[in-house]
Design a protein around this ligand. Structure first.
Ligand code: MN
Length: 229
């Protein structure tokens, strides 16, 4: 009898769901760059251009309570607290009016970033993958289904490091709303069930050091805490 695969089959990344035993299977992770005006300014940008996207590998996911090894090849690891959107129904060229019917749920995330590698990539006009897509770089707390929560358009987003507030924004301040993000992204790729979208971070991004505890909390939606080893 021949094996179905030549090597052991990789495990499927997944996320916890609030109040449920079933887990949310994760397919791809998309991220929006510069989706809050104040963060765009702190990164040296001040224009309202169409949203742009980058990706992280799905197996970079880490969940609430995880210990995250300080990543290699950086001396400038940053937190980015973000609203995460979980896609439940796929589609292409999704209209804004239909977009929320494709959203299964929401969570609090942390788009960990090797800021020095990102700055170098920007300067040399190279891809961001190694700045954004490293191991353990996609932090996401338990998802809450839209069937319970609805589709929030506001909610205070706070990122604390060792209890000290670093980021204090509101998802209402996003330049591109969740429906607009789904519409733009589905014009670039066909969205599929299990896709996650990190929707960008407010201003106040900053350094994480070994031993730090970092929590991202979005009022009414969720929270996620990691410790950097
Ligand atoms: Mn981000």
């Amino acid at each position: 009898m021949s094996a179905r695969f030549a090597i052991p089959e990789p495990s499927r990344p997944s996320l916890a769901i609030v109040g449920a035993e079933a887990r949310f299977p994760v397919r791809r992770i998309f991220c929006v760059g510069r989706n809050y005006a104040e963060h765009a300014r702190e990164m040296g940008e001040d224009s309202r251009e169409p949203p742009f996207f980058f990706m992280k590998p799905a197996d970079a996911l880490v969940e609430d309570g995880a210990d995250v090894p300080y990543p290699p090849a950086t001396g400038n690891l940053h937190h980015e607290g973000e609203l995460v959107v979980a896609i439940g129904v796929g589609g292409a060229d999704i209209r804004p009016a239909d977009a929320l019917s494709h959203v299964w749920g929401y969570g609090a995330g942390n788009d960990l970033t090797r800021r020095d590698l990102q700055a170098q990539a920007k300067a040399e006009r190279r891809p961001w993958d190694m700045a954004k897509g490293f191991d353990h770089a996609a932090v996401c707390g338990a998802l809450i289904p839209a069937s319970e929560l609805g589709h929030p358009i506001e909610g205070r987003l706070v990122c604390t490091v060792n209890g000290e507030t670093r980021q204090d924004g509101d998802i209402a301040e996003m330049i591109w709303s969740v429906p607009e993000i789904v519409t733009h992204l589905s014009g670039l790729v066909t969205l599929a069930p299990g896709d996650l979208i990190y929707t960008g971070t407010p201003d106040g991004v900053g350094v994480l050091e070994r031993g730090d505890n970092c929590t991202v909390a979005i009022h009414g939606i969720g929270r996620v805490t990691i410790r950097i080893l």
